[in-house]
Design a protein. Structure first.
Length: 319
């Protein structure tokens, strides 16, 4: 009997960066692409450890029900006691910003004021009551900055909501959110592997859209750590320090929610208040920023998976 690392995902372009690292270390692995699939509930899963990289934006790649299939697979794995990295609780956070914000606030992490809505009239009414101008809208199940729009008035939102260009969220829930503007035009993304802080990357948003609390919520590939071309041009820079107190709270948040690998994004307003607005449980890394400092996220993930696999093999008396 042999055990291996199983990677659960729906995007080959994001997964290849990890499998290359696993191959470099001669770690046994298998990839499960869950755009489609079958689960025989009467059978046991194979032996191994399972790492879920399911994305909230899967529907933008035509994989509309990949998160639902993944949730079923994770339930199957967890029922049979298989080690799952970023399991069912992590998935619920990935596909719901409402869940993210409650979980963050539960450990004292400040999030932007947010109202969740279903229905266009309810969306417009929420904008009237949010109490801040400008404000933004975004999708509850998002990724890639889906549905993020900046509005300077309720009337502007009403015109958009009743136009043919209105973008309906995949889960029906649109958020109205306080707009946080960074005076220095950057956001910070903290990366965690094994539930522990790896590094912080500062993202320059000066050329971005004024669309989300981060001024650019990585709307296009040029704002994605990987993107189509993985370019940098100093837009992504790994920094030496970040709020130690907030890092400790982030680690507490991850531990309470059984999340091992994540990127958590925050922004600082002109008064110095830090707002955390996004948790990514299928995090990616910018190659050029990492090369500049010699620190590599996917290598850390591969090392963590390898150590977890070896520990699991000990329980099976395979080593």
């Amino acid at each position: 009997m042999t055990a291996k690392i199983y990677i659960i995902h729906e995007n080959d372009e994001w997964t290849i960066h990890l499998t290359k690292r696993l191959e470099e270390q001669n770690l046994p692995y298998e990839v499960w692409h869950l755009a489609e699939g079958v689960i025989d509930l009467s059978k046991e899963p194979p032996q191994g450890i399972f790492y879920s990289r399911m994305s909230a934006s899967s529907h933008t790649r035509g994989h509309v029900f990949a998160p639902e299939l993944t949730e079923a697979v994770l339930a199957w794995l967890e029922f049979h006691g298989r080690p799952v990295i970023n399991g069912s609780r992590a998935l619920r956070l990935e596909v719901s910003k409402v869940n993210q914000y409650f979980a963050l606030e539960a450990v004292g992490i400040q999030t932007p004021k947010t109202i969740a809505t279903v229905g266009k009239s309810q969306l417009i009414e929420a904008a009237r009551t949010i109490g801040t101008t400008p404000f933004i809208t975004k999708h509850n199940r998002a990724g890639k900055g889906l549905g993020v729009q900046l509005f300077h008035s309720v009337e502007a939102l009403g015109a958009y909501a009743n136009s043919d260009t209105f973008e309906s969220p995949i889960d029906g829930i649109t958020l109205v959110q306080q707009y946080i503007k960074s005076p220095d035009s950057y956001i910070t993304r903290c990366e965690f592997v094994g539930g522990k802080f790896l590094y912080a990357v500062q993202v320059d948003t000066s050329e971005g859209f004024e669309l989300c609390p981060a001024d650019s919520c990585q709307i296009e590939d040029k704002f994605c750590p990987v993107g189509e071309t993985a370019t940098n041009n100093l837009k992504f820079q790994i920094i030496d320090s970040f709020s130690e107190e907030l890092i400790e709270r982030y680690e507490e948040f991850l531990a309470q929610n059984k999340v091992s690998v994540a990127g958590i994004e925050s922004i600082v307003d002109k008064e110095g208040n830090i707002f955390t607005y996004d948790v990514n449980t299928n995090t990616n890394y910018n190659a050029e920023a990492e090369k500049a400092v010699g620190r590599y996220g996917m290598l850390a993930v591969a090392n963590y998976l390898g150590a977890t696999l070896r520990q699991y093999e000990k329980t099976l008396h395979l080593v």
